[in-house]
Structures are given as C-alpha cells and as structure tokens.
Design a protein around this ligand. Structure first.
Ligand SMILES: *Cc1c(COP(=O)(O)O)cnc(C)c1O
Length: 374
C-alpha cells in the first residue's frame, strides 16, 4: 500500500461550481458570484464581519503587514518555528523579524518569552497556530494591549480551530489563511485576510488589487499589489464551505484515531489539546524522542520503503542558512524550536485518507519503531 502525505477532499459541489464559473466565463479576480459567496460563507464560518480573498497564504500575510504600514526600521515578533512564508512576509516589507521560541508541547509561540523581546521599534506580533492547535491568545492579547502592538494571526494551518470557543483568526487585528491544497480548506492555491476592523479591511481590499483610484481608476491611491483570488478558485472554496463541518469532523476523527492507536510508544510524542483549545489536527505531527531522538532520517526512510509518506517539520528561522548568512538569524537562539524542528515529522493525515490507510500507517509506524529501537 502507498499512503500519500495528503489528498484534498473535493466533492461534487466543487466540480459543479467550477464548471459553472467556466461556463459563464467568470474566471478572473475581477468579478464572479463565487468570490462573493466564498467571502460570505467564510466570514460566517470564522465569525467575523470582513473577508478579503487573495491568491495565497503568503500574500495574505504580506498584504496584512502592508495594510498596517509595517516598514523598514519596524520590528515584528514572529515565532521561530513556522513555515518560512511567515518570515518572508515581514522581510518583503523591509521590516525586521524578532524570533520567539516555542512552547515545548504545542510548538506554538511561548507567551512567557514575548515581553522580553519587545523594544521601542516593535510594531506587531505574528501568532502562528501550528498544526491546527491554537496558540494561547489571552496572554498574547494582554501584552499587545499593554505595548499597543498589532496582532496578526497566521491561521494557515488551523481553519475552524477554536480558542476558548472563538475561531482562530478572529481574535487579533487581522487573521490570515492559506487555501493551499494540503490545508484544512482548499482552493488549490489561495488565501484570505479576515477581520472585524472596517478601516483596516478597506485598506487590505485596496492594496490587494493594485490600489486602483477611487475617483479615477488609473490614478492609483498608493503602491498596490496584484494578489486577487480568481472566481475559479473561489468556486472551489465555496464548494468546500458546503461541507466544511464534515471536513472538520474528518480532521478530528483522523487525529483521534492516531492518538488512540499510537499511544504508549515511549519514543513518540503525540500532539495534544490544551484545555483552551479545539484542535483541528491539520497534519498529524509527531516528535521523536528517547531512543529515536536524532534518528528522524532513518525513521522516515524506513517508512517510505513501506509506502508511508512523511514530511519533516519546519526548519526554524534561526536555523535557515540564508538568514544566518545575512545576519538575520542566530542558530543558538530558540533551542526549543530547533529541537522540535529536528525531531518532528508529519505522517499522512490528509482529509481524504481512508480508514484502511490509517490502520496501515499505524501498523507501519509501530513496526519501524520496533525495528530501530530493538
Ligand atoms: C501554508 C502556510 C503559509 C503559506 O501559505 P501559502 O498559501 O502556501 O502561501 C503560511 N504560514 C503557515 C503557517 C503555513 O502553514
């Protein structure tokens, strides 16, 4: 058996909507009913007033930072362990990312380490909800309020996850999502910025579409970007929203299955669910420890031979060679993120994974642990 790392769950409605968009010739980002429909359904789902659809999670983060006028000379707090797009967005604006280490259990930003990283130049905190588990927002929002900082949530891996009953992405000033094919909700490639702040979202909507002039279209209001989602992508997204409850149910069921059947292995640390969290288990990340610590390459190779696809955890910013070379990163900083990055990996957990594939993955993981440990 071959089990891929992720397959999206695409239904009949997605196909019907895309066909309809093509039939009508509504394929760009300029107009089309599915853009509106996806915008509305995603806003309702997240519990916010405004959604701006864009063409990736990376551009969502960039346009969010640009809308807050984050620029050269400004510092932005970013968790060291994340997908590098979070850092790239800060660098696109010429601002300086300041890294904060992870909590050892969730891997999310450690709120107790944020305050010491704040300087006079700090303008914003980016919070990342890793692997579908919400970061601890209350202490972070409290710090942001105290120092008058903006909070951007990178919720690219956590659509639908709840922090104390609130959808992630709706708690900070701006929330950013990705709809890449392996994300919880997908449009192939795509993204969104969400918020309840009207003025901020007007700015997001202006600059994500070339800042076209309000009175005279081609007299542009400011520097702008071309970050539009197309109506074709939105057709897929609107289709996904018709069965989003089922998608989340599937994600939770996959998480629960692995938690139950991979428990009791001393060399594997499993994800958890903090009392404040409702985890959507974007990807099922495990961390190797004890006798398996430092043996990730061997572990992944052996699983690959048995047809089980895996992915390494993120390489934290402070371990990125390009960033070290440019003097932006320092490999001795953020030791918790470094250790998680070196020992973490994902096992197949896409929304469309079959029950027999889940059972096969468990069987093979257990067999490989035995092979290496004994
Ligand atoms: C996927 C991801 C992104 C980037 O999204 P794209 O749509 O691939 O540009 C940003 N941040 C995190 C945490 C992600 O997982």
């Amino acid at each position: 058996m071959n089990v891929p790392i992720s397959r999206p769950l695409l239904g009949k409605t997605e196909r019907k909507y895309v066909t309809d968009a093509i039939t009508k010739g509504d394929i760009s980002g300029a107009h089309g009913t599915y853009l509106k429909e996806f915008e509305n359904s995603f806003a309702k789902f997240c519990g916010v007033r405004y959604v701006a659809l864009v063409n990736s999670g990376t551009t969502a983060l960039h346009v969010a930072l640009a809308s807050l006028d984050i620029k050269k000379g400004d510092e932005v707090i970013v968790p060291d362990l994340t997908m590098m797009a979070t850092f790239f967005a800060v660098l696109y604006q010429g601002a300086t990312p300041v890294t904060v280490d992870s909590e050892p259990d969730t891997g999310n930003i450690d709120p107790s380490l944020i305050e010491r990283s704040i300087t006079k130049r700090t303008k914003a905190i980016i919070v990342v909800h890793l692997y579908g588990h919400p970061a601890d927002m209350d202490p972070i929002m409290k710090i942001a309020k105290k120092y008058k900082l903006r909070v951007i949530e990178d919720a690219a891996e956590a659509h639908g996850a709840l922090y104390k009953g609130k959808r992630v992405g709706s708690i900070g000033d701006l929330g950013c999502f990705s709809f890449y094919s392996n994300k919880v909700i997908t449009t192939g490639e795509g993204g969104a910025v969400i918020s309840n702040n009207k003025a901020l979202m007007e700015r997001v909507n202006l600059i994500k579409n070339l800042s076209f002039g309000k009175k005279q279209k081609l007299m542009h209001e400011s520097l702008g970007f071309k970050y539009q989602m197309t109506n074709l992508q939105a057709a897929v997204g609107a289709g996904q929203m018709t069965h989003v409850d089922n998608i989340l149910k599937r994600k939770r069921a996959i998480g629960a299955y692995f938690l139950k059947h991979l428990s009791g292995i001393p060399e594997i640390e499993l994800p958890l669910e903090k009392p404040y969290a409702w985890n959507v288990y974007w990807m099922f990340r495990i961390v190797l420890k004890g006798k398996l610590s430092g043996k990730r390459a061997q572990f992944m190779q052996k699983l690959a031979k048995r047809g089980v696809d895996t992915r390494e955890d993120f390489v934290p910013f402070n371990q990125q060679k390009f960033a070290i070379k440019e003097g932006l990163a320092h490999p001795k900083l953020c030791p918790v993120a470094k250790s998680l990055g070196e020992n973490g990996l994902y096992i197949p957990s896409g929304t469309d994974i079959a029950q027999k594939e889940l059972a096969y993955v468990v069987e093979q993981v257990r067999a490989v642990v035995k092979e290496i440990v004994s």
